[in-house]
Design a protein around this ligand. Structure first.
Ligand code: E4P
Length: 217
């Protein structure tokens, strides 16, 4: 399973990358706005900076909603760096645009996916990634991981090549459960990735080992 970090914060991307386990980055307009990035040039520079830091797929989201505009915007995003994946919303014109990008050798990540039907359309259009939003489904009282499991199953049965990128992670447990059901990629905030490191018995055990090590000197 690949590990992506879900942020536009360069310090957090650097910290995750230095762990040596990072395979890519996902961003969205909300995450970019959170970093105070404003204007076309600043946006392009930010994506370039991320691409130079991490050797892997970097999702950059379009904000257009009409087919022609999505294509134009996506072409410009893809031209920033070979590792850019154009993130396209799950709408009718988005599906048409994903098919166009696929036919023209541009990688896509279909975002805002909340059911299996949407995931089937992404795969048919040839998206490299489909992003079911686990946490946002949980927020509505349903189980987001079950959707990941269902999409992984359907893609396996049908032989679809699209990779299931579990998004909207809220906890280390989400990452573990998505790994269990066969997600190809998980994208998480730094906090959830670092949360995987933690266990109180590890801390207690290490303190004891370090204490006993003093007796060896
Ligand atoms: C990533 O591709 C998504 O945009 C992101 O995971 C959404 O996460 P959120 O539900 O925490 O905003």
């Amino acid at each position: 399973m690949k590990f992506f970090i879900d942020t536009a914060n360069l310090d957090q991307i650097k910290e995750a990358n230095e762990l040596g386990i990072l395979d890519g980055v996902t961003t969205n307009p909300s995450l970019m706005a959170k970093e105070g990035i404003k204007g076309h040039d600043a946006i392009v520079k930010h994506y370039k900076d991320i691409c130079e830091m991490v050797d892997g797929d970097i999702s950059a989201e379009v904000v257009s909603t009409e087919f022609k505009d999505i294509v134009e915007e996506g072409k410009k995003l893809a031209a920033i760096h070979p590792n850019i994946v154009v993130k396209v919303p799950m709408i009718k014109d988005g599906v048409k645009a994903i098919k166009w990008f696929t036919d023209n050798g541009i990688k896509t990540n279909c975002t805002l996916v909340f059911n299996a039907g949407q995931a089937i359309l992404c795969a048919k259009a040839g998206a490299k990634y489909v992003s079911p939003f686990v946490g946002r489904i949980d927020d509505t009282g349903w189980d987001g991981v079950q959707l990941v499991e269902q999409i992984v199953h359907i893609y396996g049965v049908q032989g679809f090549k699209t990779q299931v990128l579990a998004a909207s992670m809220r906890s280390p447990n989400h990452i573990i459960r998505c790994a269990e059901v066969g997600a190809h990629v998980v994208t998480s905030p730094l906090e959830s990735i670092l949360g995987l490191l933690k266990h109180p018995l590890t801390d207690v055990g290490l303190a004891k080992f370090l204490d006993d090590a003093k007796k060896l000197q």
